[in-house]
Design a protein around this ligand. Sequence first.
Ligand code: ATP
Ligand code: AMO
Length: 426
Amino acid sequence: MERSYAAELTPGEDVVVKGWVHEVRDLGGIAFVILRDTSGKVQIKLDDSVDEELVERGTSLSRESVVAVEGTVEEEERAPTGIEILPTGLDVLNEAEPELPLDPSGKVDAELPTRLDNRTLDLRKDEVKAIFEIRGEVQDALRKKFRELNATEINTPKIVATATEGGTDLFPISYFEREAFMNQSPQLFKQMMVGSGLERVFEIGPIFRAEEHNTPRHLNEATSIDFESAFVDDDEAMEFCQDVTVSAYERVYEDCQEQLDAIGVDLEVPETPFEYLTYDEAIELANSEGIEHQLEWGDDLTTKAETALGDAIGEHYFVTDWPADAKPFYVMKDDETARAYDMMHPRMELMSGGQREHRVDRLRKEIEAQGLEPEEFEYYLRGFRYGMPPHAGWGLGLERLLATMLDIENVREVVLFPRDRQRLAP
Ligand code: ATP
Ligand code: AMO
């Protein structure tokens, strides 16, 4: 018989359901097995109308064992879902050990490390599974929005010869006889592609950062949503980022209410347009909010400054016109300032981007000014010598987008198998 799902049962049907033993309740004389599958839960009734040997097998099941149950669906208003199954057969497909490292029914809280060590069990909880269903939905929404914007999805190499975002947080690897690195960002490749026939590209893929410290918003392997387009300027690129972000919120709001309820968040789609602050306005506002270490022109926004700004603004916002020295070589500079922009959530930075330097002589000088060897970037500079249009783009962190959207404290919670200083397995 074809498998039926717990959430799709109709009274009177003969069915086979398959799933996990969520709970066994033996009340003496009558017992219930709660079976859980990907769609939900259903109650199996074991009373004296059921074969004795089957009742024996059902009541001795260990929690989280995998079973197949054949039987008839009956209406029962006392059952949690208004129906139950009166079984005629019960096969144990795989028995779970009686001692579980964490409780998938969620009645006993587990620490994050225990949960991450046992992700298989952890994702049997509705509120954890919901995060990853939303993560999948968000990626689908992003792809759809990018396609609406006529961007082509690309895949760039993750094993590379040079740094893009500064040399200190690079992971070196051995590549036959040579040294190579795990890529920190698709930056150089996506820029090369706007000079190709593609013009406008995006990628959703892994980036690797050898961040030394443990923070709730840094991962050593993160997922970057990268966008780059020929013939757009910084203002247009920021607007695209705002629209892409809002499209992710809208999809989750429209299609994931069940998951939001499981997590316990009351999602609000951010209002547009997001506010724009220049860097000068941002440090002035942060200082006026009374942060302990007053910022001077040229300083990066500290975590405390970001928090003060977030509290004052209370919504997503952009910070534009950064000091030139704070930004990488590929961002276009006008004397002291860079045409760079960050998109902030009140809790943290979500995106960095900029208008790019597309003039090869200036780009070569910027590479030198940052103490790097232009020869090492020859493969990249070559693309700028044969017709490179003006262009702009950005990188938006998927985990930060999700953690802020779902009001989750630690970005590790939105990654199936996070990589941090302590964690290399599973
Ligand atoms: P990204 O590194 O991707 O640009 P970010 O949020 O780390 O994102 P930064 O501009 O590097 O942005 O840093 C902003 C502030 O965050 C820093 O001033 C610093 O206070 C804090 N910070 C950044 N990296 C770390 C880290 N690895 N550990 C602790 N604090 C950090
Ligand atoms: P940046 O280094 O600011 O810019 O990264 C862009 C965004 O990626 C996310 N992110 C991270 N998330 C979690 N853990 C990390 N260690 C981590 N590092 C980065 C953040 C951040 O805002 N090439 C530029 C982008 C561009 O200019 O197009 C870049 O990589 O959300």
